[in-house]
Design a protein around this ligand. Structure first.
Ligand code: FAD
Length: 435
């Protein structure tokens, strides 16, 4: 097990930095157990792509990315068991090679499975990824192992755990048979796509809206399952569409100094990159997940009960369109949908949910991006829940109002980790604990 000493941990986009005393690169479960058992305070990380300060900030760190093997398949049940450091790309490619699919994938494939599960990572038109897990093997503070399986009462606690209940060692995921989606994409005015949400969710197996703030328009992606052999009129739009992210980066370059530039930039980006229609087909992974990104971004995301979304959305729109503040928002705001589940810290705990992303493409100046505060203010008013891996300010008191099981989760955490071994400063504030 290689160890690095006395250096600085840096997140993906360099917005978060923390000194550490020792950093371990683990490859086996025994290594993981040993480091955890012996450390006084320890955090562990995957691909460091979270915008929230949830990975480091303590003396001992574990890089889990080389703990990434596929351990077994169960063909009868379409189950795959893997080590938690596996990159999503490797996991999904292995699953697709079997003719299987994890039915709700995030729009990123470079993150680790452990990082995805711990933070409630999700896609659209299904459940959060962690809901497809049927068994977790978790390492406790003293290095012992707990296995939590489908049917165990505690599994709904461990599904989204921010890595504060233990380190996820291995995971068994139950997949479904792979399927082909026939996708239509194109712009629609807000007064067209917004009232259609509920009927679209019934009619389509895939629904995602890339909302284009300051244009009154959403770029709507609807997908229906089809037989893979069904012929379609493929239309991938003009070749220059692939330059959208570069163009955005350039257009938003000075938007931190002059936020109103965003209004002009968004209207240019809308006309150039979101005004044509597309039609294509493919698997959920091949046809809908972004495979590479040229630059870093900084994110917030708020989630809200489906029934409350239209009202919260209209209020947010009013605030950001007012020009009396600097809450201009970069394109796009990702609108996605989750079905209700039972995971204690899930965004969709007991409610069908809409998620709304908020991005700045100018990551180094994210601290002054007023939109992050505005979206939080508006969504908190409607009982919105923040994405654990992204930017938000709410702490224990507010979270207790948003998550019915918050206090029970806190009690369990305290029981499993009485010395707060797994808490860094940020997580300490979140759970109202001295660290
Ligand atoms: C470009 C981009 C696109 C994104 N798209 C989506 C999306 O579509 N949907 C969505 O929901 N989110 C999305 N995210 C958020 C992303 O899924 C989370 O930030 C995820 O946690 C990143 O995984 P990671 O491997 O980088 O984890 P890290 O950021 O390294 O770690 C995240 C957390 O997981 C914990 N952790 C890591 N491994 C383990 C383990 N084995 N056991 C217990 N805890 C562990 C860490 O301690 C930390 O608290 C996106 C982020 C980016 C930057």
């Amino acid at each position: 097990m290689i160890k690095e000493k006395e250096s600085v941990w840096t997140s993906w986009n360099e917005n978060i930095k923390h000194p550490f005393k020792e950093l371990f690169f683990v490859k086996t479960e025994e290594d993981l157990q040993k480091v955890i058992r012996e450390a006084e305070k320890v955090r562990f990380f995957g691909n460091k792509q979270s915008s929230a300060d949830i990975c480091a900030g303590v003396a001992s760190l574990i890089d889990i990315r080389e703990y990434d093997q596929i351990l077994s398949y169960n063909d009868n049940n379409r189950e795959i068991t893997v080590q938690a450091g596996i990159k999503l790309q490797d996991l999904i490619e292995a699953v697709e090679a079997k003719g299987w699919c994890i039915p709700c994938l995030p729009d990123i494939n470079t993150i680790t499975l452990g990082g995805a599960l711990a933070t409630g990572t999700h896609g659209t038109s299904g459940k959060i990824m962690a809901d497809y897990v049927v068994e977790f093997r978790v390492i406790n503070t003293d290095g012992t192992i707990t296995v939590i399986s489908e049917g165990d009462e505690l599994i709904d606690t461990y599904r989204v755990s921010l890595g504060v209940l233990g380190v996820i060692s291995t995971v068994k995921i139950r997949c479904v048979e792979n399927y082909t989606l026939h996708l239509h994409e194109g712009p629609e005015k807000d007064n067209v796509w917004l009232p259609r949400i509920k009927s679209d969710l019934k009619k389509y197996e895939f629904l995602r809206i890339l909302w284009l703030p300051h244009t009154d328009t959403g770029y709507v992606i609807r997908g229906k399952k089809i037989d893979p052999e069904t012929p379609i009129q493929e239309n991938l739009g003009p070749a220059y569409l692939k330059h959208r992210r570069t163009a955005s980066k350039i257009l938003y370059k000075y938007s931190h100094k002059f936020p109103w530039i965003t209004y002009i930039a968004n209207n240019i980006l809308y006309k150039a990159f979101f005004s044509s229609k597309k039609e294509h087909k493919g698997s959920l992974y091949q046809a809908t997940v972004t495979k590479s990104r040229g630059s870093t971004i900084e994110l917030a995301e708020w989630t809200i009960a489906l029934d409350k979304f239209p009202q919260a959305f209209e209020e947010l729109k009013k605030v950001i369109n007012s020009w009396k503040n600097d809450s201009f928002i970069h394109i796009p705001m990702d609108v996605r949908f989750l079905s209700a589940d039972k995971s204690w810290l899930s965004y969709a705990y007991k409610q069908d949910t809409v998620t709304l992303g908020c991005v700045t493409r100018n990551a180094p100046t994210a601290d002054t991006y007023e939109a992050f505060h505005t979206i939080e203010e508006v969504f908190l008013k409607y009982g919105g829940r923040p994405h654990w891996a992204k930017r938000f300010k709410a702490k224990d008191e507010e979270l207790n109002k948003l998550y019915p099981k918050w206090n029970e989760f806190k009690e369990l955490r305290k029981k499993l980790d009485p010395t707060n071994k797994f808490l860094n400063g940020y997580l300490g504030k979140l759970f109202n604990e001295e660290v």
